[in-house]
Design a binder for this molecule. Structure first.
Ligand code: KG4
Ligand code: ZN
Length: 335
């Protein structure tokens, strides 16, 4: 069979990224240009600034991706792009670029759902064995997704309010830490002890999550302690918060694994980089003989390689768009 080279573009938030993936498994070259240092000073991503930087960066990122691969654009068989969910202005830059390339080179345009991309970051580590469950934990999402075949997604649970990464960032902010706070809270948690009396997030028999109560409890605790002149032991607060988050994520994920009788557990999204979560899942999966796959730290956060891998499987299922493809701030992963 002829080799298939897909050039993928990802611009859904504040990373401008392009990647060339061969046959859905071999990463030929990837470039990720992060705007993190620009947004840091504002304490979060500023959508208008993000899209302006994507415009400035996208051609440079594409050129570097081709150079690293020692390839020419005419050797590409299909162009893939994240069409949503994400920041609408940021998505538009990647989308317009991919549409233009598809039109000029007369090659298929493959639309990829951002979360499908995060899930397929795992395929760069190991082949999927179905049925499987993926725990998606990012700045914008907290989902449990069931898959019984390639590019077939069934959402069995989701957050009812804040995403887990979003809660990490808000808790970090009230603790006086920089954006993005997730990695910093994770680091502090490893040095602290679980001494603060924080509530357990939604603990029912559904696969849904709720983190806003826990987040508000941390915010109120910090304000109250400040008001009476008490110091916060940040390591212990980070540890107490992280323990509640991990307890509920692991509990519901293991419940789902049992009910759906899956062979493999995938973990995806920025919070999959969390050391505490990785360790707890490793222990639980070993105990229950479940094959656990987690992407390398660099591929937990946004990148175009994961979009290129997902696109290959979307392409196999004839998921191809025409030039009327629109970007979507919110869109369901289920087909
Ligand atoms: O997947 P991602 O890059 O962007 C979205 O699609 O949302 O995830 C970014 C999120 C941020 O909220 C960041 O704080 C969180 O992932 N994050 C972490 C860690 N590393 C990144 N949260 C907890 N622990 C970490 N080690
Ligand atoms: Zn993401």
């Amino acid at each position: 069979m002829k080799d298939v080279y897909i050039l993928a573009i990802e611009t859904s938030c504040d990373e401008t990224s392009a990647s060339i993936i061969k046959n859905g498994s071999k990463e030929i070259s990837t470039v990720v240009l992060s705007q993190m240092d620009i947004h840091k000073q504002y304490g979060g991503v500023v959508p208008e600034i993000a899209s302006r930087h994507h415009i400035r960066n996208i051609t440079l990122v594409l050129e570097e991706t081709l150079q690293k691969a020692k390839m020419k654009m005419k050797q590409i068989d299909a162009f893939a792009v994240t069409y949503g969910p994400g920041l609408i202005g940021s998505l538009l830059i990647g989308l317009q670029t991919a549409k233009t390339l598809s039109f000029i080179y007369q090659k298929p345009l493959i639309p990829v759902h951002h979360i499908a991309g995060h899930i397929y970051a795992n395929q760069l580590e190991k082949d999927f064995s179905f049925p499987l469950i993926c725990l998606v934990v990012s700045g914008g999402h907290t989902d449990l997704i069931y898959m019984d075949g390639h590019y077939s997604f069934k959402k069995i649970g989701s957050t009812l309010d804040d995403a887990v990464g979003e809660s990490y960032d808000k808790v970090a902010r009230v603790m006086g830490l920089d954006y993005p706070g997730g990695p910093l809270v994770d680091k502090l948690a490893a040095q602290g002890q679980d001494t603060y009396d924080l509530p357990m997030p939604l603990d029912d028999d559904t696969y849904n999550f709720s983190f806003s109560g826990l987040k508000s409890a941390v915010v109120n605790l910090v304000h109250n302690e400040k008001q009476i002149g008490n110091d916060i032991v940040v390591e212990n607060l980070a540890c107490s918060f992280q323990n509640r988050v991990i307890d509920i994520l692991v509990k519901k994920t293991m419940q789902a694994i049992k009910e759906y009788k899956v062979k493999q557990l995938l973990v995806s999204g920025g919070v999959a980089a969390n050391r505490g979560l990785r360790e707890r899942l490793k222990e639980e999966c070993k105990k229950h003989q479940i094959d656990l796959v987690i992407p390398r730290i660099n591929y937990c956060t946004d990148n175009a390689a994961m979009i290129g891998v997902a696109a290959y499987y979307a392409y196999q299922r004839d998921i191809i768009a025409d030039l009327t493809l629109d970007s979507k701030a919110v869109t369901n992963i289920e087909l």
